[in-house]
Design a protein around this ligand. Structure first.
Ligand SMILES: Nc1nc2c(ncn2[C@@H]2O[C@H](COP(=O)(O)OP(=O)(O)OP(=O)(O)O)[C@@H](O)[C@H]2O)c(=O)[nH]1
Ligand SMILES: [Mg+2]
Length: 452
């Protein structure tokens, strides 16, 4: 039995080996073994260039089960550098429309991770009416764009010119926002959007204000759930009356409520609706505002680990003194920086948590310690990466890799790759779990601050 670890550039023989590795009948086993031998002979004769082909570890190893190569294949480092960040180039455009004052700009700012008074935020206020389509790119991810659109049915934007005026085809999907009722114009717009096959989400905003009002109005028997149910029911009747069929999300667009009520569900629903490429991008563009979203981000980031480990242990690897490894520490620092941003454990997010929600340094520090992470992780990443590699470069990895009979590459490269892979997988889990705890801390602090 053999174990094959291919780091290839999709060379034709490798492709055949992959296909045969999947098929397990004797005939295919024979073909596969023959092809591997042929492939190796060619390599040994110098027909392939190692830099083109990448790194190959070929090992013979008995497992005791009856058939098959265990094959892990992924694109080699050569020519692939950086493509794990291609998602940043994927355009995602959301159109946000609704009547004046319904809370469009507030939702846009929240989805861009901005407070209304921060620089670059969409103007918010009772007199700040959206008068023409305005483009708001996300500050970090410029291909994620939110469009603040004026509502349909005003003298300036009557139905018959609205779609042309707002350049309808630009957007991937639509939010129709109301803070009270959906109108006949909303119903018309929904039909137009659907007729062009675009996704549409109805948003009933300002739920926090309704809850706060009810607390005052029904001091003795106030119930948050009762308010929400009543609003849902009202919207249902209202939408039925307007002949509107569609998914409704009852929420507050304000940033301190981004993890409350239907806001998290809105984002996870969008992720589920999007085609594969945009799904990947949107999951990373959007904020970690619920446990579900953190899990989704974790899954997307985990898909990158093999590639990053290959890059790090690949052509730009430099020996790390004392560890017997050769890795590109810079690649790992960049990768973990991405994890921290995605999981909201970067310094900026922590500073905000401390300043805005009055969470103490001790509280956030405790979470880091609980998951065996340094309290000031974001500030000392290179040192952290080295300590992480030291932790995983134990005899165990070396032993595992040494069991293989390396034919084509120095065993050190295989050990560096395997150590990096294990380290990244492990730190991803730690950061995911810390992120969930940090989210709970944020939600609790916001509840305390708002009184509900
Ligand atoms: N309590 C509460 N107030 C909100 C919410 N969303 C918006 N507001 C307030 O409602 C007012 C209008 O909000 P905007 O976000 O500017 O509404 P808009 O739809 O962009 O308004 P126009 O641009 O005029 O069409 C502002 O005073 C906001 O602070 C919300 O979810 N809860
Ligand atoms: Mg506005």
């Amino acid at each position: 039995m053999c174990e094959l670890l291919f780091f290839s550039t999709g060379h034709l023989p490798v492709l055949f080996v992959e296909i045969f590795a999947i098929l397990s009948c004797d005939f295919f086993l024979f073909l596969r073994n023959a092809l591997c031998e042929y492939f190796l002979t060619l390599f040994c004769k110098g027909c392939f260039d190692l830099h083109v082909l990448g790194t190959i570890v070929f090992s013979q190893r008995y497992y005791g089960y009856s058939h098959g190569f265990h094959l892990i294949h992924f694109q080699g480092a050569a020519g692939q550098a950086g493509d794990q960040d291609n998602w940043r180039n994927t355009p995602v455009s959301i159109a946000v429309t609704g009547r004046p004052g319904s809370g469009k700009s507030t939702i846009i700012n929240t989805l861009r991770g901005l407070n209304p008074r921060q620089s670059g935020a969409a103007p918010v206020g009772v007199t700040e009416t959206t008068s023409m389509p305005t483009r708001y790119p996300h500050p970090q991810y410029t291909n994620f764009v939110l469009w603040d659109l004026p509502g349909v049915g005003t003298p300036r934007y009557p139905r018959d010119t609205y779609l042309r005026a707002i350049n309808f085809s630009t957007y991937d999907f639509f939010f129709i926002v109301t803070s009270d009722r959906f109108t006949e114009d909303d119903s018309w717009l929904a039909r137009e959007i659907r007729s062009l096959g675009k996704a549409l989400y109805f948003i009933r905003s300002k739920l926090d204000a309704d809850i706060a009002n009810d607390r005052v109005d029904n001091e003795d028997d106030h119930s948050e759930d009762a308010v929400i149910n009543q609003i849902r029911e009202n919207c249902r009747v209202n939408m039925q009356g307007q002949n509107i069929a569609g998914r409704l999300f009852v929420l507050s667009g304000r940033r301190q409520f981004e993890s409350r009520w239907d806001f998290p569900h809105l984002l996870t629903t969008i992720v589920a609706d999007l085609p594969e490429i945009q799904r990947h991008a949107f999951t990373l563009y959007t904020m970690a505002n619920s446990k579900e979203m953190i899990e989704m981000k974790y899954k997307e980031l985990k898909k990158r680990v093999l590639k990053v480990a290959t890059l790090s242990a690949g052509l730009s690897a430099i020996p790390v003194p004392g560890l017997g490894l050769a890795v590109d520490v810079g690649i790992l620092v960049n990768e973990i920086t991405t994890y921290l941003q995605q999981f909201r454990l970067d310094q900026e997010s922590l500073d905000e948590l401390h300043a805005r929600y009055s969470v103490t340094l001790d509280q956030t520090g405790e979470i880091f310690l609980k998951y065996l992470l340094p309290r000031t992780l974001a500030r000392e990443l290179p040192a952290f990466v080295l300590s992480l590699l030291a932790k995983f470069s134990t005899g165990m990895v070396a032993e595992e890799v040494a069991k293989m009979i390396p034919v084509l590459i120095p065993v050190a490269a295989a050990i560096s790759f395997e150590t990096t892979r294990l380290a990244l997988n492990s730190v991803l889990v730690q950061l995911r779990d810390a992120s969930i705890d940090m989210l709970n801390l944020r939600i609790e602090a916001s509840r305390r601050q708002m009184g509900f």
